[in-house]
Ligand binder design. Structure first.
Ligand SMILES: Nc1ncnc2c1ncn2[C@@H]1O[C@H](COP(=O)(O)OP(=O)(O)O)[C@@H](O)[C@H]1O
Ligand SMILES: [Mg+2]
Length: 271
């Protein structure tokens, strides 16, 4: 991993992904059309894993770019660099995906500034092209190129930085937390804990998600449940694991921590 960019070769092992609804069918159809996809969902609900699984299934190279607030369009498109006294052009991850026909996944693009997201407009519409001003060239996207953007609708919306006309060209797929039986299977698999432990963690996670008028900014995610399971697999008690990986991670407010602790105590199996 360099500069927040990861590349996954399709020879990598099949990513473990459990479908929650019909998201894979929708993604496949969008991929056949070359339509860009907008993945919405809370942090830690499986957006990244889903894209990894789809890229693998479709046999496409996946180029992931983690959004951050200092990201510039050059980080996506490329820049001239000095190499051994010579100035050479180096493709950015978006340009690489455009040339090779890969999937370019802009993860949590909400962090990026408006002038950064502007470069994706002509790629997202029927033109499927990337103008590179600094090269004085416009690249046609290779067949297979697909743009995927993820964001968390709970936060300030990325969509403010994307033109409405561009946004309307995206196929939106909403991912939520999996139903309990599926999430239990995911937590058991990913954390390496038994099904009973996973089920208890999912029950706790679900209860926290369903608190009426919750004061939490984020709910307990599948990722957090897996982290808690991982601590149990390392020998910590379930209570301690939940406290560290979920309760304390969700908030710094002592009153809320106490209230969440009581909720957890009520849900843990009686010894
Ligand atoms: N449907 C799913 N199938 C398999 N694993 C999942 C699924 N949803 C979540 N996970 C697990 O949860 C972790 C966090 O998911 P991730 O894709 O990173 O979330 P996001 O990108 O939405 O923040 C993944 O690493 C994976 O272990
Ligand atoms: Mg992600």
């Amino acid at each position: 991993m360099t500069n927040g960019v990861t590349m996954i070769e399709s020879s990598a092992p099949v990513p473990f992904y459990r479908q929650v609804g019909d998201e894979a069918e929708v993604f496949r159809a969008a991929a056949r059309r070359g339509s860009p996809v907008l993945l919405k969902g809370p942090t830690g609900c499986g957006k990244t894993r889903f894209v990894e699984a789809m890229a693998h299934e479709l046999g496409r190279e996946l180029i992931t770019v983690a959004g951050h607030e200092d990201m510039t369009s050059a980080d996506l498109v490329g820049r001239f660099l000095l190499k051994g006294g010579e100035t050479v052009w180096v493709d950015g991850p978006l340009t690489r995906a455009v040339r090779t026909g890969g999937i370019c996944y802009l993860d949590e693009i909400v962090e990026a500034r408006q002038d950064t997201t502007v470069v994706i407009h002509p790629l997202a519409d029927h033109r499927r092209e990337l103008p590179i001003d600094r090269l004085g060239a416009t690249l046609k996207a290779a067949p297979g190129f697909q743009l995927v953007i993820s964001y968390n609708p709970g936060y300030q919306s990325v969509l403010k930085s994307i033109k409405e006309s561009t946004r309307q060209r995206f196929i939106a797929i909403e991912l939520g937390f999996p139903p309990p039986a599926v999430e239990t299977e995911i937590v058991a698999h990913e954390a390496g804990v038994d099904v009973d432990t996973a089920r208890t963690l999912v029950t706790i996670g679900d209860a926290i998600r369903n608190i009426d008028g919750s004061p939490l900014r984020e709910a307990s995610s599948t990722r957090m449940l897996i982290l808690a399971g991982g601590l149990v697999a390392e020998g910590l008690s379930l209570r301690r694991a939940v406290q560290s990986a979920i309760v304390e991670a969700l908030t710094d407010d002592h009153d809320i921590i106490r209230a969440l602790g009581e909720l957890v105590d009520a849900l843990l199996p009686r010894p």
